[in-house]
Design a binder for this molecule. Structure first.
Ligand code: ATP
Length: 328
């Protein structure tokens, strides 16, 4: 099986780009088999990734040290999103560092089985920018723990804490979102609850100035609890969480975050003090890993159904959960 002339031209262009930019890797996103030996010959010297839904397509490459295979779940997703997923996997599995440059070759125009050419497009992707876009879309993975605008605000808060720390000191913390009543029933306060006595408007994490205040509170030991409506309810919480199996290398903070997400329907964001990375747990499993990027997140891909948060929000002095019941 030799390569079609269009594929040859694209591979040559990819090889030239890797050399001249330079780029760190070539990603082939395809559901059509190629003459892999020929592809490797043409891209000699390049780091090679192949992403496909069909495992049969990449079987022969799995034990080949020249290739890294990324398995994609079979889902009817547009090419762009499949590429996002492949790159996010490569970064979260630490196969590529954030900030890498990747030349991607894929079928961007025709997706039919009998398309005349297996690949027809080439993109140069700068992974930092790309990741920022991916995290927004990937919030959907967190399901209905909270509305997307709340989750987006919490990701911003968590990544900012991980990236900036406070006054030059790295900070680690856990942000638990949703199922407030059950989380509180499994936890205890290590200190006074610093949110007590503040109105709902003053505790709404969708507001930037509130997030700035919460960064100060995140310095205190223990976890923060945020209702699914985006209202911060508690801090300095020791989560009485267990039952999660953690990978080696994670300590008590990540174990507690995984555990509380297993025992409740809350989502837990663990901000690592040592690395600044944010790992998001749902159902006891890590579902997202966000590296501390040098620049702020730019939320790009779709407009979320955010409500305007008005300063004249209902003011309440007592701390309530998402059902409006007093919790502390
Ligand atoms: N059950 C818990 N609830 C809330 N916070 C906890 C809990 N267990 C540990 N922590 C926090 O985690 C800190 C210890 O983190 P440790 O280094 O053991 O974990 P880690 O998972 O390796 O996290 P990091 O990457 O931030 O170091 C404690 O000082 C405490 O602030």
């Amino acid at each position: 099986m030799s390569l079609p002339s269009q594929s040859v031209a694209l591979l040559q262009a990819a090889r030239d780009l890797v050399k001249s930019l330079p780029a760190d890797a070539v990603l082939l996103l395809t559901e059509t088999s190629l003459d892999w030996g020929e592809v490797r010959r043409m891209l000699a010297g390049c780091r090679l990734f192949v992403a496909a839904e069909n495992p049969a397509l990449t079987r022969s490459l799995r034990d080949d040290p020249d290739w890294t295979v990324i398995d994609l779940d079979p889902e009817p997703l547009p090419t762009q999103e499949r590429m996002n997923t492949a790159l996010l996997k490569a970064v979260s599995d630490e196969l590529l560092p954030p900030g890498s440059h990747v030349v991607a070759i894929y079928n961007g125009i025709a997706t039919l089985d009998d398309a005349p050419e297996p690949v027809d497009s080439l993109s140069v992707i700068h992974l930092g920018e790309h990741l920022e876009r991916m995290t927004s879309q990937d919030l959907r993975i967190l399901g209905d723990a909270a509305p997307l605008d709340v989750l987006r605000a919490v990701v911003d808060l968590a990544t900012e804490i991980g990236r900036e720390g406070r006054e030059g000191q790295p900070i680690g913390t856990i942000l638990v979102v949703g199922d407030t009543r059950k989380v509180l029933s499994l936890s205890h306060f290590q200190n006074f609850n610093p949110f007590r006595g503040y109105s709902r408007a003053e505790r709404d994490v969708r507001k930037k100035d509130v997030r700035e205040q919460i960064k100060e509170i995140a310095k205190l030991d223990g976890a923060l609890l945020i209702g699914r409506d985006g209202i911060a309810e508690a801090a300095c919480l020791h989560l009485g969480a267990h039952g999660a199996n953690m990978r080696k290398g994670f300590g008590s903070r990540h174990t507690a975050a995984a555990g509380i997400s297993k025992q409740t329907s809350a989502v837990a964001f663990a901000v690592s003090q040592s690395s600044g990375s944010v790992r998001v747990f749902k159902g006891g499993e890590e579902v997202l890993h966000i590296e501390p990027l040098a620049r702020p997140h730019v939320w790009q891909p779709f407009r979320l159904e955010t409500q305007e948060i008005e300063d004249k929000d209902e003011e309440e002095d007592e701390i309530t959960d998402e059902n409006g019941d007093e919790v502390s």
